[in-house]
Write a protein that binds this ligand. Structure first.
Ligand code: PCA
Length: 203
C-alpha cells in the first residue's frame, strides 16, 4: 500500500514548519507501506490544488497530512474538517478569507477516516503526549483536510484521510511563551500514526 504524508511550508513569520521537518525525516517504508512525502504550500488555494495533483498522480491508499499548531502542548489527532475558511492571518499567498466555504455547496463537515483513537492510544502507549482534537481550526490545515475528505468522498471512496497537528519545535519557543516538542519525538509520533494506518488497511 501507498501512504502519502504531507507537511506544510513555514508561515506566519516562522523560519521552519515542524510538520515538514518531521514528515520529511520519515523512512520510505513503514510496516509494509510505501511512504511518499511532499511539502504543501501554506496557501488556501494552492494547498488543495497540490493535493489534487498528488492524488491524481500517485493514487495513494491513505493520506496523512501534518501541520504546525503553535501553542499546542501535545500531538493533536484531528477528527473533523469543517467547510469554513476564516483566517486570523494571511496565508503565504496573501489571502485572508472571512466566512467563506472551502467548497461552495459542500457538506458542512467530514470526519477523518484514519483510525484516530487507535493512533492516540498508540502514541500514549509510547509516552508521547497526544489528544483527539475536534477542531483543526479554520485556516489552511482544516482547508487541506476538508479538501482531502471531499475529494475522497467524490472520487476515491477507499482512500483514508487524516490530519495530525504538531506543536512548535523547541527552537520556535525559546522565549518560553509556548509549549514545544522535540523533533525526534515528533518523527516517532508520525511513524506510529503511519503504522496504525497501515495496520488498519491490512485488515
Ligand atoms: N499550520 C496551519 C497551516 C499550515 C500549518 O502548518 C494551520 O493549522 O492551519
Amino acid at each position: 500500500m501507498k501512504i502519502l504524508v504531507t507537511g506544510f511550508t513555514p508561515f506566519g513569520g516562522e523560519q521552519i514548519n515542524p510538520s515538514w521537518e518531521a514528515a520529511r525525516r520519515l523512512p520510505n517504508r513503514i510496516g509494509g507501506a510505501e511512504l511518499i512525502k511532499h511539502e504543501i504550500p501554506t496557501e488556501f488555494d494552492a494547498s488543495g490544488a497540490a493535493l489534487h495533483k498528488l492524488l491524481t498522480e500517485l493514487r495513494p491508499d491513505a493520506v496523512l497530512s501534518v501541520g504546525q499548531y503553535g501553542g499546542a502542548n501535545c500531538i493533536r489527532v484531528e477528527r473533523v474538517a469543517i467547510n469554513l475558511r476564516d483566517a486570523r492571518i494571511a496565508d503565504n499567498a496573501g489571502k485572508q478569507p472571512t466566512d467563506e466555504p472551502v467548497v461552495a455547496g459542500g457538506p458542512d463537515a467530514y470526519f477523518a477516516t484514519i483510525p484516530t483513537r487507535e493512533i492516540v492510544d498508540a502514541l500514549r502507549e509510547q509516552n508521547i503526549p497526544a489528544q483527539l482534537s475536534y477542531s483543526a481550526g479554520t485556516f489552511v490545515c482544516n482547508n487541506l483536510l476538508y479538501c482531502a475528505l471531499h475529494e475522497s468522498a467524490q472520487s476515491y471512496p477507499a482512500l483514508r484521510c487524516g490530519f495530525v497537528h504538531v506543536p512548535y519545535l523547541p527552537e520556535q519557543a525559546k522565549d518560553g511563551n509556548a509549549p514545544s516538542m522535540g523533533l525526534e519525538m515528533m518523527v516517532k509520533a508520525l511513524h506510529i500514526a503511519v503504522e496504525a494506518i497501515a495496520e488498519e488497511e491490512k485488515q
